[in-house]
Design a protein around this ligand. Structure first.
Ligand code: KIV
Ligand code: ZN
Length: 524
C-alpha cells in the first residue's frame, strides 16, 4: 500500500514538535448559525478550555456587540493560563475595542485580519493590493501600541496569490506581528496544496514568526488540511471543540489532537491538550451552543466507541485492539459503566462526579444531590451519561423562579392545559394556561406565572442514554426583546425537562444574562 506519510515516519528517539492550539470555539464557533452564548456561558466554556490545556483562547470579536466585548473582558479578567485573544478588523475602532477586551489578561493578544484574495480585495474591500498592505501595516502598528502579542490573518489566504501573501506577511512581520495565520476561509484548499503553501511561505519569512492554520470544513477537509499545514511548517492550529463554526464549521480540536496522539509514528507532533478532558469539553459546548454532536462523530460521537456487529463485538472481547485504535478512557469516556442508584450516598455521588472530571463546590453538590435523589427514585439506575446530563443542565444562574409542581390535562378533542406552581421573588404563584401541545401549554403557564413572555426560537430534545428508561434532555433558545437566552433541563419526563429549560431561560432574562443579538459581522 502506498503511504505518502511514511516519508515522515520518525524514530522513537525523535522529540515531537510542539504545536500550539488556538481554540476559537468562543469566536468562530460562536458564529455558527443560531448560537448566542452569554458571558456566563462563555466563561464556563473558557474555564473548561483551561482544563483542556489549550494554549490560546480566542475569546470573541469585541467590536461586534457590547455583549461580545463584555464576554472577552470577563474572560480576560477571570481566566488564567492561556493567552487570551480578541479579534479585530484592520481598523482603529476594532483594534481599540479588542485592546479594551483583553486589557486585563495576563497574556493578551490582538488578532487582526484583512482579506488578501483578489475577489475579496476587489468585490468586498474595493481596495488595491498595495492599499491592503498599507492598511494591514497600520493596523499591526496600532495594535502593537497596546500589546506585544499580535497575530495577523490574511483572510481567504488559500485563494490569494502566494507572492502577495509573502509580501504582506513580511511587511506586517517587520512592524511586529509575531503569528501569521493562513486561513482556508472558505474551506476550498486540499492537503497537498496546504502543505506546499506553508512550505513556500516559511521559506520566505524570518525564522522567529509562528505560522498558523485556520481551516473551514466546507469540503470535509479541515482536519486533513490542518495536519498538512503543520507538515508544511505551521506551529499553531486554530480549531474548535466539536468543529463548530461558520457554515460547515472549523477543524475539530478533538480529531486533530487524537490524530497526533494516536499516530505518533507518522505525526511527530505534540500538543498540550489533556485528552481526558475532550469528552467533557464536547458535551459542555454542545449543551451551551445548542448544537448536537452527530452520533458517528469521531472521538466524541455517541457511537464512536460502540461496537454493534457481532463480529466486531466478538473481536473486541477477545482483544480490544482488534477494532479499537484508541481507548475510550483516554478521551474521557469511561469504559466501565458507572451505575448509581437511589441507595447511593452523597460521598459516592461526589466521588462519581469527581471521577467524571467535575470539580464542584459543596453548595453545588448539595443542590445536585437533591436532584440526583429525585431522579434515582423515579428512574432507578443512573449511568455516567445521566450524571453528566444532570450536572450539565444545572445552571449557576440565580433561580429567582423555581418549579414547585405542575400538572398537565390533555386528551383527544381538548386543548392541552397546564397548571404550574412556582416559587417567585414575590412568593408562590400559580397559573393555568393552554397551548397547542403539552410543552407549549407549560411554557404559556410559566409565562403567566412569571410575568415574562419570551418567544421560542429553537427547541431540541434528545435521549441521554438509550431505551425507554432514558432521561430526556431539552435545550431551548428564546428571544425576549433584543435579548437571546438559552436553557436546558433534564428529567425522565420530557414535559418536565422542557419546563426546567424554559424556567432557566426566564431566570437568565430576569438576571440580565441574556445575550443581546447584534450582527456578528466579521467581514474585513
Ligand atoms: O475563516 C477565517 O478566515 C477567519 C479569520 C477571521 C481568522 O475566521
Ligand atoms: Zn474562520
Amino acid at each position: 500500500m502506498t503511504q505518502p506519510e511514511a516519508q515522515t515516519k520518525h524514530t522513537t528517539a525523535t522529540q515531537p514538535v510542539p504545536i500550539r492550539i488556538l481554540d476559537t470555539t468562543l469566536r468562530d464557533g460562536e458564529q455558527s448559525p443560531g448560537v448566542a452564548l452569554n458571558h456566563v456561558q462563555k466563561l464556563e466554556i473558557a474555564h473548561q478550555l483551561v482544563r483542556l490545556g489549550v494554549d490560546i483562547i480566542e475569546a470573541g470579536f469585541p467590536i461586534a456587540s457590547p455583549g461580545d466585548l463584555e464576554g472577552v473582558s470577563r474572560i480576560a479578567r477571570e481566566v488564567r493560563g492561556p493567552v487570551i485573544a480578541a479579534l479585530a478588523r484592520a481598523g482603529q475602532a476594532d483594534i481599540e475595542a479588542a485592546a479594551r477586551g483583553v486589557e486585563h489578561a495576563d497574556k493578551p493578544r490582538i488578532h487582526i485580519f484583512i482579506a488578501t484574495s483578489p475577489i475579496h480585495m476587489q468585490k468586498k474591500l474595493n481596495l488595491e493590493p498595495d492599499a491592503v498592505i498599507e492598511r494591514a501595516v497600520q493596523a499591526v502598528t496600532l495594535a502593537r501600541t497596546f500589546v506585544d502579542d499580535v497575530e495577523f490573518t490574511a483572510e481567504d489566504a488559500t485563494r490569494s496569490d502566494w507572492e502577495f501573501l509573502s509580501r504582506i506577511f513580511n511587511e506586517v512581520a517587520k512592524v511586529g506581528a509575531t503569528t501569521l495565520n493562513v486561513p482556508d476561509t472558505v474551506g476550498y484548499t486540499t492537503p497537498y496544496e496546504m502543505r506546499e503553501l506553508f512550505a513556500f511561505l516559511k521559506g520566505r519569512l524570518p525564522e522567529h514568526v509562528i505560522f498558523s492554520s485556520h481551516c473551514h470544513d466546507d469540503l470535509g477537509l479541515a482536519v486533513a488540511n490542518s495536519i498538512a499545514a503543520v507538515q508544511g511548517g505551521a506551529r499553531q492550529i486554530e480549531c474548535t471543540v466539536n468543529g463548530i463554526g461558520e457554515r460547515a464549521g472549523n477543524a475539530s480540536l478533538e480529531e486533530l489532537v487524537m490524530a497526533f496522539h494516536t499516530r505518533q509514528d507518522v505525526y511527530a507532533y505534540s500538543t498540550g491538550i489533556q485528552t481526558r478532558e475532550l469528552y467533557r469539553s464536547s458535551r459542555l459546548v454542545s449543551r451551551l451552543s445548542g448544537i448536537p454532536v452527530q452520533p458517528n462523530k469521531a472521538i466524541v460521537g455517541d457511537n464512536a466507541f460502540a461496537h454493534e456487529s457481532g463480529i466486531h463485538q466478538d473481536g473486541v472481547i477477545k482483544a480490544r485492539e482488534t477494532y479499537e485504535i484508541m481507548n475510550a478512557e483516554l478521551v474521557g469516556r469511561e469504559a466501565a459503566v458507572l451505575v448509581m442508584g437511589k441507595h447511593s450516598g452523597r460521598a459516592a455521588f461526589r466521588k462519581s462526579l469527581s471521577d467524571l472530571g467535575y470539580d464542584l463546590n459543596d453548595d453545588q453538590i448539595k443542590e445536585l444531590f437533591i436532584r440526583f435523589k429525585d431522579l434515582a427514585d423515579r428512574k432507578g439506575q443512573l449511568y455516567a451519561d445521566d450524571l453528566r446530563a444532570l450536572v450539565d443542565a444545572h445552571s449557576d444562574t440565580p433561580s429567582l423562579f423555581s418549579l414547585i409542581s405542575y400538572q398537565i390535562a390533555m386528551g383527544s378533542g381538548m386543548q392541552p392545559m397546564a397548571f404550574v406552581r412556582l416559587n417567585t421573588p414575590d412568593g408562590q404563584k400559580e397559573a393555568i394556561n393552554t397551548g397547542d401541545g403539552s410543552v407549549e401549554a407549560i411554557f404559556h403557564a410559566l409565562n403567566s406565572a412569571s410575568g415574562i413572555t419570551p418567544q421560542l426560537e429553537t427547541y431540541r430534545v434528545q435521549a441521554v442514554t438509550r431505551g425507554s428508561e432514558a432521561l430526556g434532555e431539552v435545550n431551548v433558545t428564546a428571544r425576549y426583546g433584543e435579548t437571546v437566552a438559552m436553557g436546558s433541563g433534564v428529567s425522565p419526563d420530557v414535559v418536565e425537562a422542557s419546563a426546567q429549560a424554559w424556567l432557566a431561560v426566564i431566570n437568565q432574562i430576569t438576571a440580565g444574562l441574556g445575550k443581546s443579538r447584534e450582527v456578528s459581522q466579521t467581514t474585513a
